[in-house]
Design a protein around this ligand. Sequence first.
Ligand SMILES: Cc1cc2nc3c(=O)[nH]c(=O)nc-3n(C[C@H](O)[C@H](O)[C@H](O)COP(=O)(O)O)c2cc1C
Length: 243
Amino acid sequence: MNEAIALMKRHRSIRRYKSEAIPLEHVRLAVEAGQAASTSSAIQSYCVIHVTDGLKRKKLAELTGPQEQVRRAGAFFVVCGDTRRHRLLCAREGRAYEARMEAFLLAVIDATLFAQNMALALESQGYGVCYIGGLRSQLFEVERVLTPPEGVYPLFGMCAGVADESPMERPRLGAEAVLFENKYPDDESMLGMIEAYDERYARYIERREGAGRGWSGSMTKKFAEARRVDVGEYYRSKGADFS
Ligand SMILES: Cc1cc2nc3c(=O)[nH]c(=O)nc-3n(C[C@H](O)[C@H](O)[C@H](O)COP(=O)(O)O)c2cc1C
């Protein structure tokens, strides 16, 4: 195993942080590493808002859960899909911005690749990180805190800082359940692989929390009902066209 892979495999989401801030040069280095990620046709449709205002952090901590880590981490970032630059360029040429669903998807994909490179760069500098999807729980309220312009889509947050905990590794599906040769496996094989994973996952939860629920149970609970139903409406209100 090489250094890069070892770093990736050491990853754990960190939710408790020491109060130390992250020096700006470390942030900048991580952002530049994020920017080095591949980007569809070099469109670079992402940006990151480093939230340094204490009041905004407090408000975002409430809106994301509440999640105390958003307030307490050494740094908090909001990763956004960013179609603003492209809109400005079209407008400067007197042309309408006609991009649709594909442009929204590109922005989400680009922003996510950027963010994961940035997260790895932070981890390589000794910090812990935790993504915050809770940012999408109350997007219309988050809008009031961040006031992004049209075409900028807040997607998720990222806490980063010096870890004050060392959590266990959260097991993943076996690679055979995600790596397929030439074609997707039949449902029965897939369910078999999930069953094997469920046992490992339940043991992990049992060690962590004292009671074991398998992965399947958590996923059914999560996906058998609609959640965050206003995200489409929110992104549409920011200029996204899903047609
Ligand atoms: C897009 C995204 C959003 C997430 N949102 C949250 C969140 O709001 N709060 C949280 O505590 N963890 C959040 N996580 C962390 C996941 O729960 C975590 O990555 C997953 O359980 C695997 O655990 P590990 O990262 O420790 O390996 C998020 C992760 C991702 C990728």
